[in-house]
Write a protein that binds this ligand. Structure first.
Ligand code: FAD
Ligand code: SF4
Ligand code: SF4
Length: 474
């Protein structure tokens, strides 16, 4: 260990941008074993590991780095998977610069340990070697838990509850398991097969998936409460924020999720004609994407791969104030995306369909109550950018669950997120728990995993407190 002095930080090889633009494969290649071992050995085994403190699932990072450096990969996998249900997913898509790696305290002048890449390597190796097994509980329990939502939050909870022997039923309105991991996040960040193999493990473990099952349409929340001993709401946040400017109703202006879902479905070989008449495609078009988060970055990079003529990202603040990961911005720039910083849309212009976006330059004024500088339009700075396709990626709010679930008694915050008692993850309804984006607002995969794990533990405590006898497995 402590080799950071002699060994430079090195991520797995990054594919050339010119090649990346041509396909949907992931940006980074796999680590070869020697590199992973070498990179893990850079860790200085801090007594107070800030990397771990800033990892939402509190991964025992120094331990699995040390085991990797010693070539004890199966043990590294066991330590890593003890705190994270999907380490290979987090290793790929966590914004590590904002979490573990951004807080690695290797001495100034040396780059952080490449924690995410090593985490991914450990679990990918575990899959290759057959070490990853479906969880099989020691004892079956008679109680059942209904989970609404098969995104990372719901899936993490499903796995934890199944390990404890509960009969787990997951309901999802989509036709595939994975939530935003499948229909939001594009392949070049997370290949679908990585998610699908996790779904297969859960099915093999006995988790029952009820797909194309929409709570609110196919059953009410009350129905599920009557069927199960506890219910977890992990439905994510899907109500897209819109923008109120003249011309917003023109053709060829789309919400980001519609655009990304169509693209992800095409990649999966689905027939998308029901919701895409061919216009949800950037090929040959001048594309303008509005927004500065992960979703906007996924849209611009999808448009590049669809062979857009030009791709511009409009963001009203500057690069350092982007809500998304800076690593993603760098990838997008390498792939040919133009960033119009400090720029906001004033109007969409065109006759029937959008032909341009009128943009005004922004000056960042004094900080507001949240500490962020307020964007102020600069008078006389308007100009028009050519656009045949505009995509609005302005963030998401939760849907109106009390209405959607026919459960007006379910308490939500003024932002529409479901209210929970954080110490028990329980909502105001007895036996109904919630976690992930529906509680936090649009957030991160790793936070959804943490909530799923916490909710599973809370559900276990709740059911155990009802003192129902345990049935031993035969
Ligand atoms: P979701 O993943 O949204 O899953 C919720 C599930 O509930 C869905 O499958 C949905 O179909 C289902 N559902 C909803 N309502 C009902 C109902 N009434 N009945 C039945 N089922 C229902 N995070 C990162 O960490 N890194 C990234 O790089 C990243 N990129 C992103 C890119 C995009 C385009 C988007 C939109 C998000 C991204 N995120 C990223 C955020 C991350 O995807 C979410 O924070 C995470 O998926 C939340 O997990 P969840 O389980 O709470 O919800
Ligand atoms: Fe870093 Fe995310 Fe892995 Fe935690 S789960 S160690 S934050 S990559
Ligand atoms: Fe190792 Fe960096 Fe974590 Fe310290 S902060 S334990 S050096 S990875």
């Amino acid at each position: 260990m402590l080799k950071f002095v002699d060994i430079e930080a090195k991520r797995p090889d990054k594919r050339e941008a010119s090649n990346r633009r041509q396909d949907w494969d992931e940006v980074y290649t796999d680590y070869v074993s020697e590199k992973a071992i070498e990179q893990a050995s850079r860790c200085s085994q801090c007594g107070v590991p800030f990397c771990q403190i800033h990892c939402p699932v509190q991964n025992n990072i120094p331990d699995w780095l040390m085991l990797t450096a010693a070539g004890r990969l199966q043990e590294a996998y066991e330590v890593s998977s003890a705190t994270n249900n999907f380490p290979e997913i987090c290793g790929r898509i966590c914004p590590q610069d904002l979490l573990c790696e951004g807080n690695c305290v290797i001495e100034k002048g040396f780059e952080s340990v490449t924690i995410g890449s090593v985490e991914r390597y450990i679990t990918d190796t575990a899959f290759e070697n057959g070490w990853v097994k479906p969880p099989h509980p020691e004892n079956e329990r008679p109680e059942s838990v209904g989970i609404i939502g098969a995104g990372p939050g719901g899936l993490a909870a499903a796995e934890m509850l199944r390990r404890l022997g509960y009969q787990v039923h997951v309901y999802d309105r989509y036709d595939r398991v994975g939530g935003l991991l499948i229909y939001g996040i594009p392949n070049f960040k997370l290949e679908k097969s990585i998610v699908a193999r996790r779904a297969e493990l859960l099915i093999a473990a006995g988790v029952e998936f009820h797909l194309e099952f929409e709570v609110g349409r196919d059953a009410s929340l009350t129905d599920l409460r009557n069927q199960h001993d506890a219910v977890l709401i992990a439905t994510g946040a899907y109500k897209a924020r819109d923008i109120k400017v003249p011309g917003v109703g023109l053709n060829n202006i789309f919400m980001a999720m519609n655009y990304l879902t169509a693209s992800n479905r095409k990649g999966l070989g689905d027939n998308v004609s029901k919701f895409d008449d061919g216009t949800l495609n950037a090929a040959g078009k001048n594309v303008v994407v509005i927004g500065g988060g992960d979703t906007a970055m996924d849209c611009v990079r999808t448009a590049v791969r669809q062979k857009a003529k030009s791709v511009t990202c409009l963001y009203r603040r500057d690069r350092v104030n982007m809500p998304g990961s800076l690593q993603e911005v760098t990838h997008a720039e390498e792939e040919g995306v133009t960033f119009a910083w400090l720029s906001a849309p004033e109007a969409f212009v065109g006759d029937q369909s959008v032909e341009g976006v009128r943009v005004v330059h922004i000056h960042l004024g004094v900080a507001d109550a949240s500490g962020r500088q307020t964007p102020q339009p600069i008078a006389g700075s308007s100009h028009t950018l050519k656009a045949d396709l505009a995509i609005k990626a302005l963030g998401f709010d939760p849907e109106d669950l009390p209405v959607m679930f026919d459960a007006p008694e379910l308490e939500v915050t003024r932002w529409g997120t479901v209210k929970v008692d954080w110490s028990s993850m329980m909502t105001n309804l007895d036996g109904v728990f919630a976690g992930g984006d529906i509680v936090r607002g649009a957030s991160l995969v790793v936070w959804a995993i943490k909530d799923g794990r916490d909710a599973a533990a809370a559900i276990h405590r709740y059911i155990a407190a009802q003192a129902v006898p345990i049935t031993r497995a035969t």
